[in-house]
Design a protein around this ligand. Sequence first.
Ligand SMILES: [Zn+2]
Length: 558
Amino acid sequence: MIIQPAIGQFPRRSIVKSLILLTIIIFSCNFSFAYNINYTFINKTDAPKPYIHVIISFKTANQRTTQLNLPSGWVNQTELYNCIKNIKCETENTSIDTTENKAHLLLNATENTQITLSYDLISDFEGDISNRKYFRPIIKADCFYFLGVNGLIIPETIKTDKLTVSLNWKGFNKTTLVNSFGTGQVNEKITTDYNRFHAAVFAGGNLRLQPVINKTHHILVAVYGKFAFSDDSLNRIVDKIITNEHDFWDDHDYPYFLVTAFPCRNAGGGTGYTNSFSIFYEPQLKMEDGLIKLLYHECFHKWNGQKIDPGDGGEFTCKWFIEGFTDYYAEKLSIDNKLQSQEDYVKYINNLLNVLYISPKRNADNRQIEELKYTDPDIYNLPYVRGPLFALLCNNQMMRETKGKYNLDNVMREILRLGEQGKPFTLDMFLKAIAKFDPMSTIPEQLNQIIINGRDFNLNDLFDHDRYSINYKDVTVVDPGFDFNLTQKSKKIIGLKNGSNAEKAGLKEGMEGQVTSYWSNDATKAIKVQVKQDNTLKTITYFPNPVKPIRVPYITKI
Ligand SMILES: [Zn+2]
């Protein structure tokens, strides 16, 4: 079943790409003293409802109340505290109070005292991993996968940049224990900081591990379940991609890197975490159907997003760069290294143009992206579309303006150099890096027009006219007859239009329902909405109302 995002129609191979949720974790550190904390994980995955019993031990600070932070929201997932059960304080003369915020508990205990707490970590969904469930803890009878951000109770006091964490694993198969800091250890002590611990991956169980070790890096690929390709071919491609990207950045300082791969139905995706990235991919798809691009994209975030980091609050302000430029380079590097063809490049660009031009939020400015964040899928997706096209523009403008002496690659490496000095990525940093190689560039003005203010691209600036011609086609977008985004979010029909085909088919305002199939620019494909009437689920199927065609550019190779 295909749920088509409202931003446009993608060929099937691009659905995975379009749904990539690449996520950079940015949190602030408020303290700078060293802090010790112990987590012991006890395997209870043989229970009827599998879980992991977690024991936390830490010393309270010089105060009688300590805030305990439970997992809450992560990407588009909410109420992650539902995966935390049976919280107990194991130390005498201490108590835990709830607060109005379900993600915050208050621990009452003597100052400077060693405290032990325990809780059970469970999955709050049943069955296969599908849609975005992989942002929630996965605790199954035969495997587990969770993150610092979605599976751990973390005392507020450990938000420090000097953190020592002891991890103890009891009852687990030692040989398949993996995390962002190492592998195969039941007792380990890591020195890290809060941000990296919060963004760490922890996994184990029936994982097939294969280390890929060469002179530049130590990669561990951990695979769960079956895919349409072999573990060996996945390992080889991961090795090639990581090597390509180390070479691009001229950076070989990665002693350990974990890649996890899990099958996922419907909407795959990937996310970069501490020393690792996680891939969730449809088991029947070939690698060429999106995985290669996804791997290039995820790996690129080790630099663009982590070493080049917009810092606290900058994630959405700079998403055009962190996500958009990463996606541009994922495409470029896969073509440069012959894992995709020039024809794939043309398809990629034409898909971006198509999605941008039919987007109802095509001219949204950067402030709207900052403000609306995850709440509007069209806005959320915009930097993934506008950003790579702007990267292409920058590259071509620099090549033209410097007569081929410099291109965007030089700028990226300069920004990395500045990022490694600890400076957060900003618009100013981007412009300074451009000016270093192309002092009279027109790019600053274009940045202001296109990225900041949401104006259209001048297509003549985007493409090399000796290689590509620009053409136009009319694309008919369709109207589902109600507000698609609000309906999907609220699981109720919202904004039903009088006289629409949706109304004629039997949908009613406020009716419980969710769209299960919708192609936003194909009037020949029926919309399917699963609704609940009289406690019975049924599917209402109808053809959407076509609306005025939109003129969309596309390129052809000369
Ligand atoms: Zn990304």
